[in-house]
Design a protein around this ligand. Sequence first.
Ligand code: RB5
Length: 150
Amino acid sequence: MKIAIGNDHAAVELKNEIKAYLEEKGHEVVNFGTDTHDSCNYAEYGEKVADAVAAHEVDCGVLICGTGVGISLAANKVPGIRAAVCSEPVTAKLVKQHNNANIICFGARIVGGEVAKAIVDAYLETEFEGGRHEQRIAYIHDIEKKHGAH
Ligand code: RB5
């Protein structure tokens, strides 16, 4: 798969660890940064990855900040994005199965490398179930339209 990855200054090491892990598994990883510890705005990197996912330049995205929350909030402002914060693999599996999340997020101050790897594995190895979940997701994107997004 082609996977976009992005992070803020709180998550440079974990990003590098997850990027290497995904590449070892044969995925192509597009790194949107940041790659320094200089304080930055997580929203900028959330937006970059979300734009790539929404434009179908990649199959899905991984976003990491301190908690996973700020960067997910930013990504979810891009129409078509369903970015889900997960701190363990059960949620990661369900956000693909039920919500068809197209970006998975987690926090470098919350999970360690092994849990983060289990999260991305659970997410990537699970298929969207479709069926009754389709109309619920469609409703979410209708909300975007109702509130002025395209
Ligand atoms: C940065 O200090 C921190 O606020 C950020 O990484 C993230 O946790 C925000 O949600």
